[in-house]
Design a protein around this ligand. Structure first.
Ligand SMILES: Cc1ncc(COP(=O)(O)O)c(C=O)c1O
Length: 392
């Protein structure tokens, strides 16, 4: 079977230094907030063009922390796509707020700024919820339309989070999403373009006092420098908890893994782009291949295609045919979030989500990783071409 992603090939490339880095943490005993955490945060800033980076335990925590920092809660609305992983929407109910689902652009699968503005206007007119923020997603690794989304947020006074769990490293006009967004988040889940060996995440931001707030929230609302300046204590201020926070720390071992992986990340992104280009050249005349916004670069977390809209065998038949030939596929995402029972009571954009609903029934993702060989890729391309020519 051709691997859908190949973490073992990456591990072989990283070799002994990766294992040494893990062992160093094991031997140091600094399992929590060891020196690798601050070092990784420094490197994430440099890579992601951010002023501040805060590591945390997952991409989900990375989304919860800024919502908590802004005091978003009951009665508040946060706008997001429905064509995404559940975590993007789940964090609103977690803080007591309501997600409002917005449609996507048919070419890039990312938030449609027109649907977004219509949803904001409708929520304001209904008067039940207060619009507070937008979460845009860099789905499949390509950047959302940040210039247009930022303009909508500015018109309505909303904060913007770039959920770059799948897109860390993507750019638009040479700039990373944090250039436009108030906050950019990512996930280091192992299957992500930059993944660790467990769960992990990060929040990038621009403002020092906001970063301080995140530092506090990450450790149970612990007092940070600005909370204790000019005060004297008859106890250790480490145990002074000045706000409601949680435990959202990243393990030191994961930071050590990520420091090693960052050394090859640029090179892996280039390799992913070569794989995407080969798929595009081999399939672009027969199936719909993914679009990246003009002036943008993708990190290709997934390579997602759509079969021609003609009668004939569909994507499930394609998946079966490919599997018979040792080629795995996956569907991201078969059920849009607003169609999942637990999310069905939350509002959607006034014209509904027709693009989202159509895409959910059509998309299929192909093996995509930096170590996919041209031979394996040609086999995948040939199998899809044969299927489309005989069935579609
Ligand atoms: C778009 C998106 N947002 C958020 C997350 C949550 O990340 P994590 O699994 O690290 O909590 C994911 C991860 O799968 C994701 O794909």
């Amino acid at each position: 079977m051709i691997p859908f992603i190949d973490l073992q090939a990456q591990r072989r490339r990283l070799g002994q230094p990766l294992e040494d880095a893990i062992l160093k943490v094991v031997r140091s005993g600094a399992y929590i907030m060891g020196p690798e955490i601050a070092e990784l945060e420094r490197q994430l800033c440099a890579f992601g063009q951010a002023s501040y980076a805060l590591t945390c335990g997952s991409g989900t925590e990375a989304l919860v922390l800024p919502l908590m920092a802004w005091g978003i809660g009951p009665g508040d609305a946060v706008f997001c796509p429905s064509f995404t992983f559940a975590a993007t929407a789940e964090v609103m109910p977690l803080v007591g707020a309501s997600p409002v689902f917005v449609d996507i652009d048919p070419a890039t699968y990312n938030l449609d700024p027109v649907s977004l503005e219509a949803a904001i206007v409708a929520v304001k007119a209904a008067g039940r919820l207060t619009p507070r923020a937008v979460i845009a997603v860099d789905l499949f690794g390509g950047p959302a339309d940040y210039p247009a989304i930022t303009a909508v947020c500015a018109r309505h006074g909303l904060k913007l989070i770039a959920d770059s769990a799948q897109g860390f490293g993507c750019t638009l006009a040479g700039r990373h999403p944090i250039h436009w967004a108030d906050v950019a988040t990512t996930s280091f889940f192992p299957a992500k373009p930059l993944g660790c060996y467990g769960d992990g995440g990060a929040v990038l931001c621009k403002d020092p006092s906001f970063h301080d707030l995140l530092v506090s929230l990450r450790v149970h609302g612990q007092a940070v420098k600005s909370d204790i300046e000019g005060r004297t204590f008859d106890h250790d201020p480490k145990y002074l908890n000045v706000r409601i926070g949680m435990n959202a720390r990243m393990d030191t071992i994961q930071a050590a893994v990520l420091i090693e992986k960052l050394k090859i990340f640029e090179d892996e992104i280039a390799a992913r782009n070569r794989v995407a280009d080969r798929y595009g050249a081999g399939l672009g005349d027969l199936v719909t291949t993914p679009g990246v916004l003009a002036g943008g670069t993708s990190v290709w977390a997934q390579y997602t295609i759509e079969l021609p809209a003609r009668p004939g065998a569909g994507r499930d038949d394609l998946a079966v045919r490919l599997r018979e030939q040792g080629i795995p596929t996956a569907v991201y995402y078969p059920i849009p979030i607003h169609r999942q029972g637990v999310y069905s009571a939350y509002p959607v954009a006034p014209d509904g989500l027709p693009v989202t609903e159509a895409k959910a029934g059509r998309v299929i993702s192909l093996p995509m990783h930096p170590y996919l060989t041209p031979d394996d890729q040609d086999q995948i391309i040939a199998a899809i071409r044969a299927f489309v020519k005989t069935n579609a």
